[in-house]
Design a protein around this ligand. Structure first.
Ligand code: SF4
Ligand code: SF4
Length: 373
């Protein structure tokens, strides 16, 4: 059977427009009751990567979350909203500040639903995952459509990484720093906790060196919905102008039979896919090697093509989020300046992801520059 997904246009985050678009996206694939049982307890999981306001386009917009909550309320669900962003020490970023700045606190108060912390965990399969997954009968995934310097795309599958509790996320980055290994970890998580429904905020998307402040905002004006995260990510890849299998999580998940990545196996309702991807996304510098260069050349040149983080000093506010985020302890502050120890760096770009000031950029090895990457 084909996987059903919907794509709906939504021009901005005006609440009534968003509510109409989210409702339509779910109605076109069978309606909310086809996925969530009335009166059930539901965990709504947005992407709240960092403590930053919605207009920066880094986090799921609160009006998307509100629209999802309103639909769940119509079928009398008991709703909790939560995410598990990395918290870099209480002074730099704590969960209260994340919920406040991203607009989740306001939405939860106005809609009368509970904001929860995902700090309690239990081992499920290979990972310590939030116990909220045990307490809630349903999981509704509400990601943001962005590029990602480690995984090329962060959409439906990658958003579930926030369910891994606490500092264990850093451990996973440290232990599985090869892209293909990290993709397997993300797919293991997806396999363990498949969401019942996913609604993607693709109104203000991100291209370039995402997923945080170093990425470039891009008005894409879309809301997507479905229950097959593999199919959703495959369609996001096509909108970006790349092949679905260029995204390793999609390739890995499809190879395990966890969803459909072949466009002929996906029924798309709403907008026509071929009318959406006119201008390809600017890809993260680190992913050009994975997506644009033929594999035999990559194998030969792999050792010479390297990417490292570097700091734009004018932007740096010496907040130390990058120091806290680095799984290798390769970042330090010396005489009020950020310094990298490249002998320890594994190019995971957690430092760039944590930077609130767009101060960490991608530096290329000489060979990478010479061949025009
Ligand atoms: S580079 Fe970014 S994260 Fe690191 S100290 Fe500067 S502003 Fe903070
Ligand atoms: S310096 Fe940045 S890219 Fe290098 S290991 Fe640390 S977090 Fe990862």
């Amino acid at each position: 059977m084909k996987s059903k997904i919907s794509i709906i246009r939504c021009l901005d985050y005006e609440p009534s427009l968003v509510q109409e678009a989210v409702r339509k996206s779910i109605d076109l694939i069978g309606g909310i009751s086809s996925y969530i049982k009335p009166k059930a307890k539901v965990l709504v999981k947005p992407n709240l990567l960092m403590a930053i306001q919605p207009e920066f386009g880094v986090t799921t917009h609160p009006e998307i979350v509100r629209a999802v909550v309103k639909l769940l309320k119509e079928i009398d669900c008991r709703i909790v909203i939560g995410d598990g962003p990395n918290v870099w020490g209480k002074q730099i970023q704590n969960i209260d500040r994340v919920y406040d700045l991203t607009g989740m606190k306001r939405i939860s108060q106005e809609e009368g639903v509970t904001l929860v912390e995902l700090d309690k965990r239990r081992w499920r399969g290979k990972f310590p995952l939030s116990t909220l997954l045990d307490e809630c009968e349903y999981l509704v995934n509400v990601p943001k459509f962005k590029t990602h310097d480690l995984t090329t795309l962060t959409g439906a599958i990658k958003n579930l990484f926030g369910l891994v509790s606490g500092t264990y996320k850093t451990e996973l980055h440290k232990n599985y720093f090869e892209h293909k290994d990290f993709a397997k970890v993300l797919v293991d998580i997806y396999q363990e906790v498949k969401p019942n429904l996913t609604i993607i905020d693709g109104i203000l998307a991100m291209e370039g060196d995402g997923p945080a402040t170093s990425g470039k905002l891009r008005k894409q004006n879309l809301v997507l919905a479905g229950s097959d995260c593999v199919a959703l990510d495959a369609v996001l890849a096509l909108i970006m102008g790349i092949k679905p299998f260029d995204v390793m999580t999609t390739k890995e998940a499809a190879s395990r039979g966890l969803g459909k990545a072949d466009i002929d196996s996906i029924s798309i309702f709403g907008e026509k896919l071929h009318e959406l991807g006119a201008e390809p996304f600017l890809l993260p510098a680190t992913s050009i090697l994975r997506t644009k260069i033929p594999k035999p050349i990559v194998q030969i040149a792999k050792q010479m093509i390297k990417y490292y983080p570097c700091v734009e000093r004018d932007n740096c506010i010496t907040c130390a989020a990058c120091v806290q985020a680095c799984p290798q302890k390769a970042v330090s502050i010396k005489r009020k300046k950020i310094a990298f120890d490249y002998s320890k760096c594994i190019s995971c770009f957690c430092c760039q992801e944590a930077c609130p000031a767009s101060a960490i950029k991608v530096k290329k090895s000489l060979f990478a520059k010479m061949i025009g990457l």
